[in-house]
Design a protein around this ligand. Sequence first.
Ligand code: GDD
Ligand code: MN
Length: 386
Amino acid sequence: MRVNNSTSQVSIIIPTYNESKNIIRVLETISRNLPKNILTEAIVVDDNSPDGTGRLVEDYLKSVKKIADYTIEIIHRKAKDGLGSAILKGIQQAKGDTIVVMDSDFSHPPQIIPKLIETIKKYQYDIAVASRYIKGGKIQGWSLKRKLMSKFATLIAKKGLGINTKDPMSGFFAFKRSIIKELNIDAIGYKFLLEILVKTKDVTIKEIPYTFQNREFGSSKLSIKTIFDYYRSVWKLYRYGKPLEKQEKRSSVKFLSKAGRFYTVGASGFIVNYMISLLFTGGISDMWYLHANVIGIIASITTNFILNKTWTFEDSDFRVKKTISQYGKFAMFSSLGALVQLGMVYFLVDSNEVSYPIALILAVMTAAFGNFVLNKKWTFKEKLLG
Ligand code: GDD
Ligand code: MN
């Protein structure tokens, strides 16, 4: 199939990863559901699928009969680099002023494409979202668990980011290319539409109901990493929305407020430690008190770590390797802090300069401050001030 000489008006972006059982039928169905009298191009973005999806499409392009006003092309990327970045790649290559994005596994019925395009071209909306969560839309074939996950993710987007669209997690949508021209798109994970919805201002959005069908062939690429990516991108988008003047700039204030949070977390850790140690020596089992205390210490280091990571240092990157290495450092510094504390109490009390309660307070404060500085710099890799 040859490339159009004139520029296309509509570009349909179709990312594929291991879709050999679907992609050709999807392309055929799209050709039967093209918008009338509009130059259209389909762009498949394949990430070197091990099942040969890319080659299959190449062969198909050689054999297929040309349809007026319609072209298909394929972009080959070297490796699997995520759905969002595949979409972005397709858009960069696209010639259309209107972009349609859809999956290649028949979850997104191509019959809806003309409606999405009409919403933009004829009714002049900026964004058209194929929606599962408005009247007339539904989901077929998903487990209860997957449905709940989707609902929960949607809820977070709506409440956390103040989105009004009913299905901001839709992977099936169209938009005027001009609305993203000035934007800096991160394209983390699956949530391309969500990012556009958060970053654009004063755009008009229309939702079109459709029935999402779970794929018949192949498997979903949604993984634990996708889910972490989602929370990471929501967090980033959340911060994006905050007006600049609300973000504290003075580094001394930032330092003190973080130190304050760190101390607060420390206090909460003390409570966790205390409760768990008591719980295991009498509450739920009759463990030896030292064993119980070890569990208490480990539990409080863990809760302290999670709270300091997410709250004190505002780090929501939970990639496994990174998180484990941070946790290791954090636990190491905590143990170091305990040693410093013991040593200080011993010296102060032994020298008869101060009483035990005062020595204890001084030692705890010093150890905690040292811990704060070490974790700020080495565990969470922040500048010491700021
Ligand atoms: N090129 C490329 N690279 N394509 C990918 C990649 C990737 O790394 N990961 C996934 N895809 C393609 C798949 O081949 C498929 O066509 C489409 O992106 C969606 O992937 P699925 O793995 O089928 O996603 P899903 O069905 O679990 O999720 C769908 O529903 C969500 C709504 O809850 C998608 O439409 C999501 O975008 C949507 O948010
Ligand atoms: Mn799918």
